[in-house]
Ligand binder design. Structure first.
Ligand SMILES: [Zn+2]
Ligand SMILES: [Zn+2]
Length: 416
């Protein structure tokens, strides 16, 4: 490669330094800043600096300007003494966080743009890494992921579902639901209130189970077989019902609207049932106007509906990183700081504006200048209104934000 790794690292750090010098005023103090633990990943040797605390936002900003970290985090938790060791901190409470990341959403395009390599034997592949290396059994991989627009869009869809559950089912107002783009491949949702603060890990796990649709059994959500005069009648939930009853119904509607024969076979339905569903599709969709399709077709019984409901729960549930929500000591990326893997910012925005939010525009931190870089390989990508690439073993002059993305991702080096 024509370029220099050291010069590249120096370039990235200089840009991050410039950002914190000029833009640290954007960084706001989290609620009760003096009770939060802060953590920073340093460029130098990738050291993690934890158990830091600041009395006010001025101290925090000065620290960022002086140290220039590659990643900056603060604790979801409030502590009596945030600088002490974990056991001695004195946990007071924690905000509630949800992390939605393309890493946890099975998009098809990952097989094209994500790569992994076993740290032990070097075996590599595309897509999401396996549990264990098929050659040597190692469980640790170097991953090279890409924030592609399809993946970002699917993360946004999951976030929209979560906002919907938090407002409709949990009763939060739209204004209480804090939403941010992470600066990489996902979104964070942040809830702060007296009631939430004291929830322990188990209670948070219950919230996770609700949101991810764990253990939902259709019989507790309205699916019922009643023995009537002439035989058995099947009834079930309806579209406009609250909670998971409505979500199940809407999921069933959505699934049957588009399901191919393959999709229906894929959930374990018998060929005769698949035929009944595809030939009666219009009647099924129409039936939602009056009580739903549950008892509509002779030959599509309760077991078939259970299988369809199982799939509908998958459609309606939210794909979150469950550990983030249940971990009451978790460090969360600090809003308006830079993400070391992209050079993009974590940015917050009102929950009601998610539909039109454009992460590849709003998270751009550098709007001036450019850099000449040598690109090993990069897919076609967009920053703001401009599209770049694809690139393969070539030199290019790009605007700072676009160049920084490729440099931070390790796909390019500063050209000599
Ligand atoms: Zn291996
Ligand atoms: Zn993708």
């Amino acid at each position: 490669m024509t370029g220099n790794r050291e010069a590249t690292d120096a370039f990235i750090k200089a840009k991050f330094a410039e950002f914190y010098r000029e833009e640290s005023g954007r960084i706001k103090a989290p609620t009760a800043i003096e009770k939060r633990e802060f953590g920073f990943l340093l460029f130098k040797e990738k050291i993690m600096l934890r158990h830091k605390s600041f009395r006010d936002v001025g101290e925090l900003r000065a620290f960022l300007r002086r140290v220039v970290p590659s990643h900056a985090y603060y604790s979801a938790a409030y502590y009596e003494m945030p600088e002490e060791s974990m056991e001695s901190k004195g946990w007071i409470g924690a905000d509630l966080y949800f992390d939605i990341d393309a890493d946890h959403i099975p998009t098809e395009c990952k097989k094209v743009h994500d790569r992994w390599r076993c740290v032990k034997c070097g075996f590599s592949g595309r897509g999401t890494p396996p549990e264990a290396c098929p050659i040597c059994g190692e469980r640790s991989f170097d991953e090279r992921t890409w924030p592609c627009e399809v993946c970002l869009e699917s993360a946004k869809r999951e976030t929209t579902k979560l906002i919907d559950i938090l407002t409709d089912d949990f009763g939060f107002s739209l204004g209480e639901v804090g939403v941010s783009f992470s600066g990489h491949r996902g979104y964070h949702i942040h809830l702060e209130s007296e009631v939430i603060r004291e929830l322990d890990s188990t209670s948070r796990k219950e919230i996770v189970d609700y949101v991810t649709g764990q253990g939902i059994d259709a019989k507790f959500h309205g699916l019922e077989e009643i023995r009537g005069g002439g035989g058995r009648i099947l009834t079930g939930p309806n579209l406009d019902e609250a909670g998971w009853r409505g979500r199940i119904s809407r999921g069933v509607y959505e699934f049957l609207l588009k399901a191919t024969e393959g999709d229906l076979r894929g959930i374990g339905l018998r060929r005769s049932v698949v035929n009944l569903i595809t030939t009666n599709r219009d009647a099924i969709l129409e039936s939602w106007k009056a009580g739903g399709p549950w008892g509509l077709i002779k030959g599509v019984g309760i077991e078939s509906w259970k299988a369809i409901i199982k799939r509908s729960v998958e459609i309606q549930s939210v794909k979150i990183d469950t550990v983030v929500t249940t971990d009451i000591h978790r460090l969360i990326r600090l809003p308006n700081t830079l993400h070391g893997k992209t050079g993009l910012m974590k940015v917050s925005f009102p929950a009601g504006e998610i539909e039109n939010f454009d992460p590849l525009k709003e998270a751009v931190a550098f709007k001036k200048g450019g850099a000449t870089i040598y690109i090993e390989e990069a897919p076609k990508f967009r920053i703001g209104e401009e599209t770049f690439g694809p690139f393969k073993d070539e030199k290019a002059e790009l605007p700072t934000a676009a160049a920084l993305l490729l440099l931070c991702k390790g796909l390019a080096v500063v050209a000599e």
